[in-house]
Design a protein around this ligand. Structure first.
Ligand SMILES: O=C(O)CCC(=O)C(=O)O
Ligand SMILES: [Fe+2]
Length: 365
């Protein structure tokens, strides 16, 4: 008899948050309620009182069409160094395509649960429909449904997870992913230039870059002060490009100077952030910044993240030109495939995942 594969991971029962929302329950299930005693930063989930001053801090805006000019390039450098996040305008991607992607993504999430469950995210994996990064039955859950797909190279695809419905879903994701790939390549060449490196530095190192897309759907939650949309984390990618559905409420927050700063999306702009890989390659000059998503009482929210990263085959470490007396080497060399495995087999836990690469993890920031 063939051996039966038993997953060593027991994640317990995971309620589907859209179904919970539909069931009009009177209280939030315990597994979604965050423990403020364990993590005091969660106290900021409580909405500010109406009399408190609104926050005017805004992440930098970079105009891709002007990046050949020095002033815009230094804006990009400041955005990467001081924020790790920026919004890119005039990116050249047709707003009609962004809108079509939003539509097929929403149509996907609005399908009956049985239809979505034809593409299940197996426990401990990160592709398909469900909740990623859950590894035990004691772990708190995020108020979010995800649908994630490996896109490039084709060898990382699981064709069984590419949905046949809604019609045009797969072809729209393909078209969108090609455009975002081009955008990431352009941004990386400008980032290299801003660092004083040859513009092809990252592309040459990356091999055939890995690209994945994840749609995050956050239904409204009657108690946004008790739950988390997406737990605090940094991205394991080199760059992440985030599209937020037009009209969605503000949900993304980034950790800046120990404060959670909300990101107010600009219509048709894309949010870009530095991932762990660029932090390592730049020897910490450009940091992957911790971020999270919060929920809204009455409004749902959709975000679509594309993760762009080196091939799993390559060895990574700080670029020698960025290591010197004033900036001693802070990260060891490692295989990127191993880091990706480490990233996807651990729960989201702020920036702790990157300790994997730090030479002195206690001396972290
Ligand atoms: O929904 C958001 O704004 C955050 C998404 C995100 O950080 C991610 O998918 O890695
Ligand atoms: Fe993220």
């Amino acid at each position: 008899m063939a051996p039966v594969f038993v997953s060593p991971i027991n994640v317990g029962h995971i309620d589907d948050v859209q179904e919970l929302r539909k069931s009009k329950l009177t209280s939030i299930p315990q597994r979604f309620i965050r423990d403020i005693a364990e993590d005091p930063s969660l106290s900021t989930l409580t909405p500010p009182s109406p009399s408190s001053k609104p926050s005017f801090t805004a992440i930098p805006v970079v105009d891709l069409s002007k990046l050949t000019q020095n002033t815009q390039l230094s804006k990009l450098a400041t955005a990467c160094q001081d924020w790790g996040f920026f919004q890119v305008i005039n990116h050249g991607i047709d707003p009609g395509l962004l809108e079509r992607l939003e539509k097929v993504s929403m149509d996907f999430f609005m399908m009956p649960l049985e239809e979505k469950q034809k593409y299940p995210m197996a426990p401990g994996t990160i592709q398909g429909y469900g909740q990623a990064f859950v590894f035990s039955e004691n772990q708190k859950l995020d108020w979010c449904n995800m649908f994630a797909l490996g896109v490039e190279p084709h060898s990382i695809r699981n064709p069984k997870l590419w949905p046949t419905k809604p019609t045009k879903f797969s072809e729209t994701v393909e078209e969108y992913s090609r455009e975002i790939r081009g955008l990431c390549q352009k941004l990386l060449s400008f980032i290299a230039t801003a660092l004083g490196l040859n513009k092809d530095t990252f592309e040459e190192k990356f091999g055939v870059a890995v690209q994945a897309v994840r749609m995050n759907y956050y239904p409204p939650c009657s108690r946004p002060d008790l739950v988390m949309g997406l737990s605090p984390h940094s991205d394991g990618s080199a760059l992440t490009v985030l599209q937020e559905r037009k009209g969605s409420p503000v949900g993304l927050q980034i950790l800046k100077d120990n404060k959670w700063v909300p990101v107010q999306p600009i219509p048709d702009a894309l949010v870009v952030n530095i991932g762990d890989t660029i932090e390592v390659l730049t020897n910490g000059r450009y940091k992957s910044v911790e971020h999270r998503a919060v929920t809204h009482k009455d409004k749902d929210r959709l975000s679509i993240a594309t993760f762009y990263a080196p091939s799993y085959e390559i060895e990574l470490g700080p670029i020698p030109e960025l290591v010197n007396e004033n900036s001693p080497c802070r990260y060891r060399r490692y295989n990127h495939g191993e880091y990706s495995k480490h990233y996807v087999t651990n729960k989201l836990q702020g920036k702790r995942t990157l300790d994997f690469a730090k030479i002195n993890p206690t001396n972290s920031s």
